[in-house]
Design a protein around this ligand. Structure first.
Ligand SMILES: NC(=O)c1ccc[n+]([C@@H]2O[C@H](COP(=O)([O-])OP(=O)(O)OC[C@H]3O[C@@H](n4cnc5c(N)ncnc54)[C@H](O)[C@@H]3O)[C@@H](O)[C@H]2O)c1
Length: 379
């Protein structure tokens, strides 16, 4: 079948897909051209990055295109409240990058895309624990059903290499004297968010054991850095202070998290993709265990404020006490370790938020969603 026939066939099929928008179809067809050109080029990859308009995914796409400029990336993102195409402004005109607005639960769309890629990196998820406490429905749909849908398509289209991004929250929580989580720690999720991520991890592993799908998983600790949605602790606190507001601390602020800069996380994902053993899980952590109070005092100090800016609020139900990651396996097998100290990372993040007020002010006011309408709806 020649290229034209193939394209016509796809157009015909698309015409009968009820749940693919015309924009998605157009992007799809543009993409197919570049895919066909590189179809037999084994050296360079075509990646399907899901959730690439979110915090970590958008940093990942920028990182990858800079490091592997000949690879091609299709970013499939539903643009929920957490997806923001302004995160990708710097690379939106790169000819090796395509954005498709779509849902990872859309079976037909995912199946078509899967025929044209040789690596999936699955970031797409509902991620905010507080939102999962209010309602778990979308968490199960996207995180469990969406991951299953991607796995099924990867299996049915030539066993596409699949890397799944997960969290340390699947392991439950620790007391002060417990040893840090490792790949061998039993799963014990305690929030609807972590339970849905745990389910997705189990499914990914099941597709390896049952169908030999070439998978890897990384479980990472709390990320921070540029483009993090300002409902999460660090950007919320910094932007509140810039706006002259107080910073809300849950309970007594003694909960402990292990913080990692998003660039270190993405370097870890790269290491797992290139050097990780198929079927294996790798824990990635920052080696920075800090209480929420320590983080708050660091931010207040860096920004020239004192404790008077703290507002104590009622604790989150089932609030996990401590997370900590032992990343020895990634260090020993992949030669990866985090490079950015918390001191350096937090200073850069505060600077970034001070210099990019337009970006977060639009989010806080809800205007960021206009960007998609303005820039993409007619393309
Ligand atoms: N943020 C952290 O500290 C952290 C730590 C460890 C692991 N993780 C994992 O990393 C991944 C990314 O996290 P993040 O903080 O960047 O999240 P995020 O909330 O900033 O971004 C999630 C992205 O997924 C998209 N999305 C949601 N539902 C979708 C669907 N059904 N179809 C297609 N796209 C959809 C959203 O539009 C958004 O762009 C998640 O899987 C999360 O569990 C996050």
């Amino acid at each position: 079948m020649n290229i034209l026939e193939r394209k016509n066939n796809i157009i015909k099929r698309l015409l009968f897909k009820k749940n693919i928008t015309s924009n998605e179809a157009k992007f799809l067809l543009d993409k197919i051209d570049f895919d066909l050109k590189s179809y037999n080029n084994e050296k360079n990859k075509t990646l399907l990055v899901t959730g690439g308009a979110g915090f970590i995914g958008s940093n990942f796409i920028q990182y990858w295109l800079k490091k592997y400029p000949k690879d091609k990336i299709i970013n499939l993102d539903k643009l929920t409240y957490a997806g923001n195409l302004e995160n990708l402004k710097k690379i939106e005109n790169n000819s090796n990058y395509k954005f498709i607005k779509g849902d990872i639960c859309n079976r037909k769309l995912v199946n078509i895309l899967m025929k044209h890629v040789n690596l999936v990196v699955n970031f797409a998820a509902e991620t905010h624990v507080d939102r999962s406490v209010l309602s778990s429905e979308e968490f199960v749909r996207t995180n469990v059903e969406g991951t299953r849908n991607l796995l099924e398509a990867a299996k049915n289209n030539g066993n596409v290499r699949f890397h799944h991004i997960s969290t340390d929250e699947v392991f439950g929580h620790l007391s002060l004297n417990d040893l840090a989580f490792t790949e061998k720690t039993a799963y014990d999720p305690r929030s609807p968010y972590s339970a849905s991520k745990a389910s997705s991890d189990h499914l990914v592993r099941a597709y390896y054991y049952t169908y030999k799908l070439p998978i890897t998983i990384s479980n990472c600790s709390n990320n921070y850095g540029p483009y993090q949605f300002p409902e999460k602790l660090i950007p919320l606190f910094v932007t509140n202070l810039i706006e002259g507001k107080k910073v809300p601390i849950y309970g007594n602020g003694q909960n402990i998290r292990d913080w990692i800069h998003v660039n270190d996380h993405n370097e870890g994902v790269d290491a797992v993709i290139h050097k990780g053993r198929i079927g294996e899980t790798y824990c990635l952590g920052g080696g920075n265990e800090l209480t929420n109070m320590q983080i708050t005092m660091t931010i207040l100090d860096e920004m020239g404020f004192g404790e008077e800016k703290i507002e104590y609020i009622k604790d989150r139900p089932g609030h996990d006490f401590r997370y900590a990651i032992d990343y020895s396996k990634a260090k020993n097998e992949l030669g990866w370790k985090p490079k950015i100290s918390f001191e350096q990372g937090i200073q850069n993040t505060i600077k970034w938020l001070i210099n990019n007020q337009n970006w977060w002010r639009k989010i806080k006011s809800g205007k960021y969603q206009d960007y998609y309408k303005k820039n993409y709806s007619n393309k």
